[in-house]
Design a protein around this ligand. Structure first.
Ligand SMILES: [Zn+2]
Length: 274
């Protein structure tokens, strides 16, 4: 079985000591295609180089949590990079972009400006987008209705059913990962169970959002245990939880979610990684 991890920060410092082993474990688990989203201009080269060496896909964009530290000129640098790489079949999307209304103290006006500017770049270069959604689904949707793009993925989706269906109506897939594995995540599990089958893609968001079996409580962390690190090799086990919720076999889950990922990010279906 072949799996696609549609969202993995493989360039993160958490993987600096054993990145090759992490990639080998993912391959052994059948997770053969990964999408590496950038978060700031400073990591554009790292995700591109990693994707090229490892035969993965990548996305370029400025993450909402990095907007406050970004320079205005970074939007121009993103544009230059998208122009220079427009024929690179591994460049599958503009991302990770979006809005974060959960983390306190961020400049919302600046986030909205960077988000709108990056949507315009996605349109200009005819690329889908990978969206960061945190308490921000309605605002993200408002921009997309005003200025549609070629679809993409609302990653680590955590909104309501109505919001989920609004994204689907605009041509988006919704990304599900480690959060799905917590029994108390009732809303996310219900969405994973009831959304149209063609709306769902899988992701780890590694090193973040560890599944329930890796999670370390705040109490354990206070006792000195390090926070758990998620990795792409966990994807099939997360997929098994989705399979259980949907009543799908694991093979069906792999086939359906891979086809959905290729529909959301068409360049994934192209020459690389197969
Ligand atoms: Zn991310």
């Amino acid at each position: 079985m072949d799996w696609i991890d549609t969202h993995c920060h493989l360039d993160a410092p958490e993987f600096d000591t054993d990145r090759a082993a992490v990639i080998a474990r993912a391959a052994a688990a059948g997770v053969t295609r990964l999408v590496l989203p950038a978060v700031e201009v400073a990591n554009f080269d790292a995700v591109r180089d990693l994707a090229r060496t490892q035969r993965f896909g990548y996305a370029l964009g400025i993450h909402p949590l990095f907007v406050d530290n970004a320079a205005e000129a970074d939007l121009e640098r993103l544009r230059d990079a998208l122009a220079a790489l427009r024929d690179d079949s591994r460049l599958v999307a503009v991302g990770e972009i979006g809005l974060d209304h959960f983390v306190p103290g961020l400049d919302r006006g600046r986030q909205a400006r960077f988000y709108a500017a990056q949507l315009a770049l996605a349109r200009e270069f005819d690329l889908p987008v990978i969206l960061h959604v945190r308490r921000s689904a309605d605002d993200l949707l408002k921009h997309l209705r005003r200025a549609p793009v070629a679809g993409g993925i609302a990653h680590a989706f955590n909104g309501s059913e109505q919001q989920a269906l609004a994204f689907v109506g605009l041509g988006f897939k919704l990304g599900f990962g480690g959060a799905l594995t917590f029994e108390r995540a009732l809303q996310i599990r219900r969405l994973a169970q009831t959304l149209p089958a063609d709306a769902i893609v899988l992701e780890t968001d590694a090193p973040d959002i560890p599944p329930q079996w890796l999670y370390r409580s705040a109490e354990k962390r206070a006792q000195g245990e390090p926070p758990a690190r998620n990795e792409p090799a966990e994807l099939p086990r997360i997929a098994a939880v989705l399979a259980g919720l949907r009543g799908w076999t694991l093979a069906e889950t792999a086939a359906i979610t891979s086809a959905n990922a290729e529909a959301a990010l068409p360049r994934l279906a192209g020459a690389f990684g197969r």
